[in-house]
Design a protein around this ligand. Structure first.
Ligand SMILES: *Cc1c(COP(=O)(O)O)cnc(C)c1O
Length: 354
């Protein structure tokens, strides 16, 4: 009998989103409702012609585009096959057996899986009212804490804390704790990101971003991070060389250069989201203010959330159940195009009447 190592045998597989059947509309993975920039599509087409070659292992064009838009030094940017790759490598590089990685109660759930892969212990600080609390995070730090993950704006809550709070967190954290700020939804947040990017220069903080959400490039698997050089050097040792297909790199670089397209997507998404949130709130349900391309809907209890999930599925719409996050009374709805969100709201209203 061939057996994996005990730590792996004991692990649960990562819980992938349930996408329903072939005809369902999936609102379960926070993908963009809109197609990527036409410039990205053109760049991908032309990159395909050179598919016999390995991709640029240094992501030079992509890093140059990110650097030009965000004003960050190219050499301090690392690009991953999705920011998931960067999260996994960060944890493996800085936390192992006996170490703790600290997150907020409703933080990004992939971090828990990546900790299991690394043999580190994932610890959650309480998150009352579905908003990250800097003081409760600080209160959960121990001698064993190696990394703290904060997702801002948060997934699955959609809520955010002020960037000044992130700075207060960093200043109060002991120097032995690496702070990772996951800004997967940063483009949907109207706060000036410079307050957080500037923390990286201290040498103890990393900021992560992705092309999977606002840029509408989830299929290409491209994420990036702004790293202090000494931290980035260790992370890079664990990344696969040639990790991002050239088609993906070129599409992401073109999408980054087309800020107008991205900003238009963000504005349209916000309009649809706020109209949808208003309709759902009028049904008496709780919807925290979202700064992302999704909303969390809180029902009076888990049974009511399950009934709504079933009715929506029967009508062909799949939302994300939140049992895995410890929020069985909630459903998370990715914001789709206006006609889809109107249809979802119609179904929820109708269910209310029945
Ligand atoms: C979607 C998401 C990511 C991005 O994942 P990719 O691997 O870049 O697609 C990272 N963090 C959070 C919180 C997310 O919701």
């Amino acid at each position: 009998m061939i057996r994996a190592v005990p730590e792996v045998v004991a692990m649960a597989s990562y819980a992938l989103a349930d996408l329903g059947n072939a005809t369902s509309v999936s609102l379960s993975q926070n993908e963009s409702a809109f197609a990527p920039s036409p410039a990205a599509l053109a760049a991908g087409q032309s990159a395909m012609a050179a598919a016999q070659l390995y991709p640029d292992p240094d992501w030079r064009k992509l890093r140059a585009a990110i650097s030009a838009v965000h004003g960050l030094p190219e050499a301090h940017i690392l690009c991953g096959a999705g920011s998931m790759e960067l999260i996994g490598c960060l944890i493996r590089a800085f936390a192992g057996a006996g170490d703790e990685v600290l997150g907020s109660a409703y933080g990004y759930i992939f971090v828990a899986t990546a900790c299991q892969q690394a043999g580190a212990r994932y610890v959650r600080a309480p998150e009352p009212e579905l908003v990250v609390s800097v003081d409760l995070l600080l209160g959960a730090v121990t001698q064993a804490t190696r990394i703290m993950f904060v997702c801002n704006p948060g997934n699955p809550t959609g809520t955010r804390i002020p960037n000044a709070e992130i700075r207060r967190l960093r200043e109060a954290l002991p120097p032995h704790v690496l702070l990772v700020v996951d800004q997967a939804y940063g483009e949907f947040d109207d706060q000036d990101p410079i307050l957080v990017f500037d923390l990286v220069e201290r040498g103890d903080t990393v900021v992560l971003r992705t092309f999977s959400k606002a840029y509408g490039l989830a299929a290409t698997r491209v994420g990036w991070g702004y790293f202090p050089p000494a931290i980035g050097a260790e992370v890079r040792k664990l990344m696969n060389p040639n990790n991002i297909a050239q088609v993906s790199q070129d599409m992401a670089a073109a999408a980054m250069r087309d800020q107008g397209h991205m900003k238009n997507v963000v504005a349209q998404t916000a309009r649809i989201r706020d109209r949808f949130s208003g309709r759902v709130r009028r049904l008496g349900l709780v919807v925290p203010d979202s700064n992302t391309n999704f909303v969390l809907i809180r029902y009076p209890d888990a049974a009511a959330a399950l009934r709504a999930d079933e009715v929506l599925r029967a009508n062909g719409y799949v939302l994300r159940a939140m049992n895995g996050y410890g929020l069985p009374d909630c459903l998370r709805a990715t914001i789709g195009v206006a006609s889809v969100m109107d249809a979802v709201a119609d179904i929820l209203e109708q269910q209310r009447v029945d």
